[in-house]
Design a protein around this ligand. Structure first.
Ligand SMILES: Cc1ncc(COP(=O)(O)O)c(C=O)c1O
Length: 459
């Protein structure tokens, strides 16, 4: 049997045995590489614990999933109650709770979640086109459903423009609109256009005017070549997986204007940015645009697998009965999680907490440039990327991995930080739960600063 040797850390017997167990029993493709392969036995709020009981502050929110923190009591109480799981059992063997199925049947939770989500979206600046919810179970599936519908809206207008270096998922059409045209087996219906990166390479460029003329020219050329065959444009509010590039709002507004002028469906991928990551509930409000379809995932269910493409009903009407159905979409547990998550966003100061965290993160991460390990800092709200530099003979990619590893191992006082493996090779994602206390965020940013100095000195 072929298996890749698992990553192991001294002094972590239980974690090492878990790492070895999944290395034996799962293909390596199951996991994205990280230099830590952290084993997380329990999580609460902004913290994880390893099986050995070592505490790690979570600077990743899972993967931008646990915006409300991990396992909040009031959230679980609601999920439980909405599911009917707190009801007195009618018999001692089964609980008369919501069914754990939505296929060929409708649970009232589904309609409730639809209405709540649409209501929430429509109350935000830019949410006025939100009419129907197309449920899915992962981000890439929501993207795929949005594209299926948009590409079929008008016969002959099946071509899609996507922004280069974007990340929309690994499956099917979501993969087809990810990255760039470099893959020779590219879906011929997809064409790419440039997303500003140099123009927003560092947060210090925020607010600097952007010259939109090269982007307009590129669109013009594509229109000349493909004309009416282009029916859809998909982009992200900021490049997430592509390396954390947060554009000037004028760029996205220009794309929207182009879409409106040519009757093109604008699909905005907010799988990662939804539910408070960039400051407001949705990034489209912050960027001053009004998408035709918005794809939501990750934080939508605060950790329960659920995603959705939400948007204009005339677009979704291009698909017939069953063309977008599957076993788990619209699942009652997913709907209960969406309702509970909306309840908390709508009844607490969680967005304000995220905004307070934002300024602490920005200052703390900018300071990391002093270490020489970080060359650029990009982000907004509670979603940041720090770009590592080469140090000595060690390339930036290795330095980024060294930093992730050093943060996992922590300082002499036992303070450790859980980070994701680097984005685009050398960018470390910082995206804690919005509930991370600002004083604790400051403390751990200081810890990270000192750990980065150690990485530099060891290079
Ligand atoms: C912007 C964006 N779109 C789509 C996806 C794909 O989501 P999933 O991994 O749930 O398929 C991701 C995942 O990271 C993402 O960040």
């Amino acid at each position: 049997m072929l298996a890749t040797a698992p990553i192991q850390f001294p002094g972590e017997p239980e974690s090492n045995s878990e790492r070895a167990r999944v290395a034996r029993g799962e293909p390596v493709a199951q996991r994205t590489f990280t230099p830590t392969q952290a084993v997380l036995a329990r999580s609460a709020g902004a913290y994880h614990w390893t099986p050995e009981g070592r505490k790690l502050v979570d600077f990743s929110s899972g993967v931008l999933v646990a915006n409300l923190g991990h396992n909040p009591v009031d959230w679980w109480d609601r999920v439980w109650r909405i599911m009917g799981l707190n009801a007195t059992a009618a018999s001692d063997r089964y609980i008369p709770a919501a069914p754990l199925t939505s296929y060929n049947a409708i649970s009232p939770l589904e309609g409730q979640a639809v209405e709540r989500l649409i209501d929430n979206l429509r109350r935000q600046p830019g949410g006025q086109r939100m009419e129907q919810v197309f449920w899915a179970a992962s981000g890439s599936e929501a993207i795929q459903k949005a594209l299926w519908a948009a590409m079929r809206r008008v016969p002959g207008r099946e071509m899609v423009l996507a922004t280069r270096r974007g990340f929309h998922g690994k499956k099917g059409l979501a993969n087809a609109v990810t990255g760039s045209e470099s893959d020779p087996d590219r879906d011929p219906r997809v064409r790419f256009l440039r997303f500003p990166c140099d123009e927003c390479a560092d947060v210090t460029l925020r607010g600097k005017p952007i010259d939109l003329s090269p982007f307009r020219q590129e669109l013009e050329l594509l229109t000349q070549e493909f004309g009416d065959r282009i029916g859809t444009l998909i982009t992200e509010p900021y490049l997430g997986g592509g390396g954390s590039y947060h554009p000037q709002p004028e760029y996205l507004q220009m794309l929207q204007q182009y879409c409106r002028e040519h009757d093109i469906v604008l699909v905005l991928d907010e799988i990662q940015s939804c539910f408070g990551r960039t400051g407001p509930m949705y990034a489209f409000s912050h960027y001053g645009i009004e998408p035709d379809v918005v794809c939501l995932g990750k934080g939508l269910g605060n950790g329960i697998p659920v995603s959705a493409a939400v948007g204009r009903s005339d677009i979704f009407a291009s698909l017939k009965y069953g063309e977008g159905s599957d076993t788990f979409s619209g699942h009652p547990l997913a709907c209960a999680a969406v309702i509970a998550t909306l309840d908390i966003f709508e009844s607490t100061d969680i967005l304000e907490r995220g905004r307070q965290l934002a300024s602490v993160l920005e200052a703390g991460l900018l300071r990391m440039k002093e270490t020489g390990v970080v060359v650029r800092v990009r982000g907004e709200g509670a979603v940041w990327g720090i770009e590592c530099a080469a140090v000595g003979n060690r390339p930036a990619e290795q330095i980024a991995n060294d930093c992730v590893r050093a943060c996992y191992l922590g300082d002499d006082a036992g303070r450790s930080i859980h980070l994701l493996g680097p984005l685009a090779g050398r960018v470390i994602r910082i995206s804690p739960p919005l509930v991370l206390d600002v004083a604790e965020a400051q403390e751990y940013l200081d810890v990270m600063y000192r750990l980065l100095i150690q990485v530099r000195d060891a290079a």
